[in-house]
Write a protein that binds this ligand. Structure first.
Ligand SMILES: Cc1cc2nc3c(=O)[nH]c(=O)nc-3n(C[C@H](O)[C@H](O)[C@H](O)COP(=O)(O)OP(=O)(O)OC[C@H]3O[C@@H](n4cnc5c(N)ncnc54)[C@H](O)[C@@H]3O)c2cc1C
Length: 336
């Protein structure tokens, strides 16, 4: 169905369409909505924030708040201010080449028109083969969120690339019991890293994991791993480091420039290489944290407002419209 065929085209035309309902997209949508722009947010559900069992590093949000509760509260805030919330998947976005609407956004269920688009589609953590503990109960994906809970505890880092070696060395700032689990893979790091990581007090375990056992005092938590060579080791928890699978199909389709690591190239306001298309949160370079995604979302929302708002106009423009004395128009501009 195209917007033209729709019985209610106006209802599906928005100034701003935000793709992705994680912290980045929600913040963008809150700003554009409260800066008086008709905004829709399309989210298919899931995402990294939804995986959180508890929330760390977010001032004003209690640690016990789950990702689901955090997102639900945010969506209620947006709903209160009038953001149009769609539970749907965006399948394609095309630039029209027109001033307005600038973009046609196709979802599984409908067609939306927009003058600005925000991509906050995030990424999926690449998971190694099982056996794996439960996320948040011995398997962790976020160093800056969860390293704190492993102070003076035995931890593992799973992986065999530069990132895994680096995170294992960083974990020595929190505990002196760090194992790097290669899980039967050959190290895929540079000679320099090899020398460095082996010089640190880290046990590098080559053999793969065969099974795991629970913490005898809390059966919801990992107790440790059994290895194929018949040994076993106790852990409080650890991190899996196998890279990120970026949800970048829409950005790719629009022709947005990408970085070598798969993130989208953006300026300080989140503007991509395509005019009118912004990207925020984990899909962009930088630390993958809720406050950072929200800050990026806020900056993009304000930048979109500046690009879409009607006022202030240049004196010359007002003069041309007949509202201002032409003698006063020489130097003023609409820039803020
Ligand atoms: C287990 C875990 C725990 C974490 N704990 C913390 C913590 O305690 N504190 C902290 O600061 N950070 C934490 N993080 C990091 C934090 O979750 C991310 O940095 C943050 O969620 C990034 O927000 P985002 O909006 O960029 O992406 P996400 O939260 O990943 O949201 C992206 C959304 O876009 C949707 N989407 C993607 N493609 C489409 C499409 N085509 N159409 C419609 N929707 C689409 C996804 O389904 C998803 O809902 C944690 C991460 C993980 C994995």
């Amino acid at each position: 169905m195209t917007a033209d065929e729709s019985p209610d085209t106006a209802a599906q035309t928005h100034e701003v369409v935000v793709v992705g309902g994680g912290p980045g997209g929600l913040a963008s949508a809150l700003y554009t909505t409260r800066l008086n722009h008709d905004t829709a947010l399309v989210d298919r559900g899931g995402g990294r924030a939804a995986m959180m069992l508890d929330t760390h590093n977010v001032i004003g949000v209690t640690e016990e708040t789950s990702g689901g509760e955090f997102l639900q509260t945010a969506k209620q805030q947006l709903d209160h201010y009038g953001t149009e919330l769609y539970r749907d998947t965006v399948t394609d976005i095309e630039a029209t080449g027109e001033a307005s609407p600038r973009f046609v956004v196709e979802t599984d269920g409908q067609t939306l028109h927009a003058d600005a688009v925000v991509l906050s589609t995030g990424f999926n953590d690449i998971r190694p083969d099982p056996p794996l503990p439960r996320t948040g109960r011995g398997l962790h994906w976020c160093l800056h969120c969860d390293a704190y809970m492993f102070r003076d505890e035995p931890v593992y880092v799973m992986g065999h690339d530069e990132g895994a070696a680096h995170v294992a060395m960083i974990m020595l700032n929190f505990t002196d019991e760090v194992d790097l689990l290669l899980r039967g893979e050959e190290p895929d790091w540079s000679e320099e890293t090899d020398e460095l990581v082996r010089a640190h007090p880290i046990d590098i375990v080559s053999t793969d994991i065969d099974g795991m056992f629970k913490d005898p005092e809390d059966s919801s938590w990992l107790g440790g791993f059994e290895f194929e060579d018949g040994t076993s080791r106790e852990y409080r928890g650890g991190f899996a480091m196998y890279g990120s699978d970026y949800n970048a199909d829409l950005a790719e389709g629009l022709g947005c420039e990408r970085n070598d690591d798969g993130t989208i190239v953006v300026d300080e306001d989140g503007l991509t290489s395509v005019e009118g298309v912004y990207a925020v949160g984990d899909i962009t370079p930088g630390n993958n944290q809720i406050p950072i995604a929200m800050g990026e979302g806020a900056k993009a929302g304000i930048a979109i407002h500046k690009s879409l708002r009607t006022y202030p106009k240049a004196l010359s423009e007002l003069s041309a419209e007949g509202d201002v004395d032409a003698d006063t128009t020489s130097t003023a501009s609409a820039d803020d």
